[in-house]
Design a protein around this ligand. Structure first.
Ligand SMILES: Nc1nc2c(ncn2[C@@H]2O[C@H](COP(=O)(O)OP(=O)(O)OP(=O)(O)O)[C@@H](O)[C@H]2O)c(=O)[nH]1
Length: 315
């Protein structure tokens, strides 16, 4: 009988800090064999490039959200793992920011899956800065929260201590059974000890099964244009400020005048950040926007104003 693969499911709304936390967990398991499944809502894979290399194999599921195609792609990857001669010790699944953790957890309660995989934890990353706003606007953050056995509050550095207290109370009220820690307490917390089947989700599973598909859209703008860094920054910041309740996440790689390599563009809430990368010079520009009621034409119009002029590009 093969050993069961210890499985950790990471959930949390768009941009909450799932990849950042996954990198932390992988860093704690460097001496073991770790497989990772990365799932993005859009077709373009940005996250897989941001996961640190402390894994043995990474699978990408980019054909939408795993909770919406549960019996196809994810099951196929799980079946591949079962067929391996030597099983990994750990499997980390980073679900898309809109995935329903209850639906995913229920896959691991199936007898044919339970035989090979032991779901130890469903960990929800809660973005301290934006969680409450998103809770009012869309149903995904609530559904992710109630199905989780541990809640990790991220971005503590961006809030006041008194707000942290309020947030903890709110989270505990929504999911009284979950353990809660902040991302400043990670070293004191053992994420590997639990067994998810000992944890009875509140009303997550029953609630999630009857919900329809996500109301959110992912639009990838691919272009070979070179952008003006300052204009792009100002325009994205303004768009995020004005459309905070519509645009939930921007991420991708773009070429900017004066930089040899494409830069990584990321946003959460109404904050945008640019960072240097060593992505190949020739990699395509792609900016992915995820949100409600967003339109490709409108986004293209906004970005058109941020393209660098010829003099900047040749300088
Ligand atoms: N200030 C601050 N920023 C953070 C923290 N955790 C993550 N971030 C930033 O938040 C942004 C999103 O983090 P990710 O880890 O990519 O979030 P994610 O949940 O994987 O994002 P999606 O996969 O797009 O849903 C990145 O710019 C991170 O650097 C934190 O504790 N504090």
């Amino acid at each position: 009988m093969k050993k069961k693969i210890k499985t950790y499911l990471l959930t949390g709304f768009l941009g909450a800090g799932k990849t950042t936390f996954l990198n932390h967990l992988l860093g704690l398991k460097v001496s073991e064999t770790n497989y990772v499944i990365e799932n993005e809502f859009g077709k373009n894979s940005i996250d897989s490039t941001l996961v640190t290399k402390n894994y043995n194999q990474l699978f990408e599921l980019n054909n939408g959200c795993i909770c919406c195609s549960l019996d196809s792609e994810l099951i196929e990857v799980l079946a591949q793992l079962v067929r391996l001669d030597s099983q990994p010790d750990n499997l980390f699944i980073e679900a898309s920011g809109v995935a329903d953790a209850g639906i995913l957890a229920s896959i691991f309660q199936r007898d044919d899956v339970k035989k090979y995989f032991e779901l130890r934890q469903v960990i929800c990353i809660v973005d301290a800065e934006n969680f409450e706003d998103r809770l009012e606007e869309v149903s995904e953050p609530y559904r992710q929260l109630v199905a989780s056995s541990t809640l990790v509050i991220s971005k503590i550095d961006l809030i006041q201590p008194s707000y942290e207290e309020h947030l903890r109370e709110l989270l505990q009220k929504i999911n009284p059974l979950a353990s809660i820690c902040s991302n400043q307490e990670l070293d004191a917390y053992n994420f590997f000890k639990n067994n998810y089947s000992d944890f009875t989700p509140t009303n997550g599973l029953a609630h999630s099964m009857v919900e329809g598909p996500h109301r959110m859209k992912s639009i990838a703008i691919e272009t070979n244009e070179v952008f003006d860094r300052e204009k792009l920054y100002a325009t994205l910041s303004m768009t995020l400020y004005l459309s905070y309740h519509q645009v939930y996440r921007v991420k991708g790689f773009v070429k900017v005048a004066g930089e040899d390599h494409p830069i990584l563009v990321q946003s959460t809430g109404n904050t945008v950040s640019f960072s240097k990368t060593d992505a190949p010079k020739k990699s395509p520009n792609v900016l992915v926007f995820i949100g409600k009621g967003i339109e490709r034409k409108g986004l293209e119009r906004i970005l058109a104003k941020t393209i660098a002029n010829k003099a900047q590009v040749t300088a």
